[in-house]
Design a protein around this ligand. Structure first.
Ligand code: NDP
Ligand code: PYR
Ligand code: MG
Length: 766
């Protein structure tokens, strides 16, 4: 556990580290266009006509329509996806009252987080007044502009009055993030920390330090979820808030006053189970922590520095569960996990408000996600730290791509159930798919296929069954209801790995060891019949079946003992391909090749051949075009095929481009049932403007299938795009094999493997 924390050495260099952090941060903010946001138009403004539609005279029409029916503002303007982040800078993080202007970097940051994590457009507004009435007056009339208002870093108790009044005055959700965002995330952390320490929420003793915006809201939500009023002691700069205290009080603090003899934070913490810190750096000492109950739960959430560091806690309490608001320690309890997704859900149902039911639903969704297996992509973003439900991982990490499809649906559903949704969601499944697509278009492209596969579950061999990633993929595949995985390998090893990585055994998961399988003899005979006239002795075949899992797995599929197979982690592509070909033939009359699918801004582009034929003949190029077009159609996309070269329709002419031209001629002769043309350069194929320079071209819209002239260009282009282009990639998908087998790349993540298993299953369904 300790390895995840800062080391002594790194602590000694902390001051130096802070200097570097300061320099880097200032440089980042000042570089290029200063600050962190810009406005990007969503409609073209390239021509006179564009201008007359987007602006005068055309713009009069949406104005008049909205004047007649205000709800149309959601159809004709950005309102429905736009949130204002509004502050007066009176409680900037834990830095105190820095004023409106100095709060702007935080507010721009929040706006960027809205966009990055939930595709909510957001703008920061800093209101330069500390006066409650002036602030309310400045904000209350902004409703028409926005779908929601996110109040930020406004100090207590003013924030309570401001939020309450604006909620009453404005017909859109008004949400003070420091109160409710923080409350939701800490509640999620609490649910899991209580679970891990075997505690009952109705008996835990909680101490909250900080009776401001965050502290009061956190404890109110915790009470709404079952923590008893009499079990909570709230503290502020004056010590505990006990019944009868008069100094430094207000009505919000009074509501949480309890009859306690404790007068200081230290006295309150004696024997306490849970500590919530929402105050300032260093407010808690190791001695206080040492006096807490067994397995104490310590959420030191002050930013940017916590009330006590995890190292300090660990030095005195190795049994503690510790969380902070920072990203460089395990268990980051920070409202970034909440506000983007809560608004996403609220905006999508046009909720009139964000109520307690929606907050509790969000907390439960976040807590539930932390208990699921974490995708590799997420591990990678966290420097390979293994994230697994336990004391060092009670809460999902902000870069978990599953948050977007988990929290907003829960919030939207709670809004609908509690009667505040003005536009209920009819198809929740479709909504979740749409959410995934907002951030990872590849997953949406895969979704329809996934639905088919779920409805027709297949037996899929995971040939490298002792590999951790394959095990995780197989378990995820089974748990997602996608089919029945069969892991090839030694059972004791596989079970051991599953135990080590903390994976619960999936119910429908088989393990087969080729050496002791009763089918080995039959498979050996089957393969010998294929290979005996290709120079193989019976004992060679025996060895192949016993030792080569790709061979054994392929034989399972070939014989019908399994429906599909996925492999590729431990062998390079071509080696795995050779092994599979020993057992499985191509589909009669078809070529075998690789097709890679790129997902660019929600559009799919199919590129082939990216794996097999180095220099295809014109005949082969035509075959690749036909088969790839067929595949694209199977995956729900009407093919528009471009035969790619570096030249356009004979200019310039060369031996290589002539081959592509010849392939186009062959397609003409075959009278194929899809639109194609070429030879053409990739930019012409993809850009309607360039395409229009060739009015005779049969492609009237950009191509979505690119048949490449050779393996060199196909492979290099696809790898460059993958590494530099920021696109999502599926495949390469093996096309033309008579049985459903897919080969992943050796660096595939568990998620990639699941996707390939889904594609193989999809082939098996059809
Ligand atoms: N991790 C997260 O996601 C979030 C963390 N926070 C953190 O919570 C903290 C408070 O923010 P917020 O509620 O917005 O601010 P407020 O200004 O509204 O409240 C601050 C509270 O902290 C109390 N306080 C200050 N110093 C001490 C101290 N030494 N001992 C005990 N109590 C103290 C104040 O007491 P008094 O009333 O006596 O003045 C006040 O009640 C900040 O550090 C902020 O960064 C906030 C939001 C989200
Ligand atoms: C995280 C946050 O909102 C704060 O510390 O104020
Ligand atoms: Mg804040």
């Amino acid at each position: 556990m300790a390895s995840n924390f800062h080391t002594e050495a790194s602590r000694n260099t902390e001051a130096k580290g802070n200097d570097t952090l300061e320099r880097d941060t200032l440089l980042m903010h000042a570089s290029g266009r200063p600050g962190k946001i810009e406005v990007v138009p969503t409609k073209p403004l390239a021509t006179q006509r564009d201008l007359s539609l987007a602006y005068s005279p055309g713009v009069a029409f949406p104005c008049l329509h909205i004047a007649r029916d205000p709800s149309l503002a959601y159809d004709y303007t950005a309102k429905g996806n736009l949130v204002a982040v509004i502050s007066n800078g009176t409680a900037v993080l834990g830095l105190g009252d820095l004023g409106a202007l100095a709060s702007k970097p935080v507010m721009e940051g929040k706006a960027v987080l809205f966009k990055r994590f939930a595709d909510v457009d957001s703008i920061d507004l800093e209101v330069d007044t500390r006066d409650v009435d002036e602030f309310i007056a400045a904000v209350r009339y902004l409703g028409p502009s926005f779908g929601g208002i996110n109040l930020e870093d406004i100090k207590a108790p003013e924030c309570f009055i401001i939020e309450q009044r604006l909620r009453e005055l404005m017909p859109i959700p008004v949400f003070h993030d420091d109160q409710h965002g923080t409350a939701i995330i800490s509640a999620a952390g609490l649910i899991n920390a209580l679970d891990l320490t075997g505690r009952d929420i109705s008996t835990v003793k909680v101490v909250v330090n900080g009776a401001g915006a965050a502290g009061i809201a956190c404890i109110e939500l915790a009470k709404a979820m079952g923590v008893r009023h009499e079990n909570v002691v709230l503290c502020d700069t004056k010590g505990t808030i006990y019944q009868g205290r008069t100094e430094g009080m207000n009505q919000w603090k009074s509501a949480h006053a309890v009859p306690t003899k404790a007068r200081t934070l230290a006295e309150a913490l004696d024997g306490a189970d849970v500590f919530y810190g929402l105050s300032v750096k260093g407010a808690v000492t190791p001695e206080m922590v040492a006096a807490m109950a067994a397995k104490p739960i310590i959420f030191a959430m002050a930013n940017p520095d916590p009330e006590i560091t995890p190292e300090e806690v660990k030095a005195v309490r190795s049994d503690a569960i510790v969380a902070t608001g920072r990203s460089d320690y395990p268990n980051q309890i920070n409202n970034v996990l909440g506000f983007p997704y809560i608004f996403r859900g609220a905006l999508d149902v046009r909720a009139s408000t964000i109520n307690d039911a929606m907050k509790i639903a969000a907390a439960r969704a976040i807590a539930a996600l932390a208990r699921e297996d974490v995708p590799d992509e997420v591990d990678a973003a966290y420097s390979g730290r293994r994230l697994r439900y336990g004391p060092d991982y009670i809460i999902p990490v902000p870069f978990d791509p599953r948050l977007i499809a988990s929290i907003p649906p829960a919030v939207a559903k709670a809004a609908m159930d509690s009667g505040v949704a003005r536009k209920p969601i009819i198809d929740m499944g479709a909504y979740k798919r749409e959410l995934s697509a907002r951030l990872d278009p590849a997953s949406a492209g895969m979704q329809t296929i996934t639905d088919v596969v779920k409805a027709n579950p297949k037996r899929v061999v995971f040939a490298e069954g002792e590999e951790e990633k394959q095990i995780r993929a197989a378990v995820a595949f089974a748990n997602a209801g996608l089919g029945h995985p069969i892991l090839l390998g030694r059972e004791d090893r596989i079970r051991e790995t599953m135990k080590n990585i903390g994976l619960p055994a999936a119910e429908s998961l088989d393990i087969i060891n080729s050496r002791i399988s009763p089918r080995t003899k039959a498979y050996t005979d089957m393969l010998y019949a294929r290979l005996q006239r290709r120079g193989a002795l019976y004992r060679d075949v025996q060895r192949l079946v016993n030792q080569e899992r790709n061979i054994f797995g392929s034989l399972m599929v070939q014989s019908g003992d399994a429906d599909a197979m996925v492999t590729g982690l431990t062998r390079n592509y071509w080696q795995a391909f050779e092994e599979i070909k020993k057992v499985i033939d191509p589909t009669p009359g078809e070529l075998m090749f690789g097709m890679t699918v790129f997902v660019v801004k929600g559009k799919l582009v199919f590129v082939a051949d990216t794996t097999v034929m180095e220099t295809p003949t014109p005949q082969q190029l035509a075959d690749i075009a036909v088969q790839t077009a067929h595949k694209a159609r199977q995956m729900g996309h009407e093919p528009r095929v471009a035969m790619i070269s570096y030249s356009n329709f004979g200019n310039p002419s060369s031996e290589r481009s002539d081959r592509v031209r010849e392939a186009v001629g062959l397609l003409d002769a075959r009278k194929v049932d899809f639109v194609y043309d070429g030879e053409m350069a990739a930019d012409v194929a993809l850009d309607p403007e360039l395409l229009s320079h060739f009015p005779f071209c049969r492609l009237k819209a950009p191509a979505n299938v690119l048949v490449m002239p050779g393996l060199y260009s196909a492979h290099i282009a696809s790898k460059l795009l993958q590494k530099l282009g920021g696109t999502s990639v599926i495949g390469p998908i093996l096309v033309g094999l008579s049985k459903p087998v897919q080969i992943t790349s050796m660096d595939a993540s568990a998620n990639d493997i699941v996707n390939m298993a889904v594609l193989a299953s999809y082939d098996a369904v059809r």
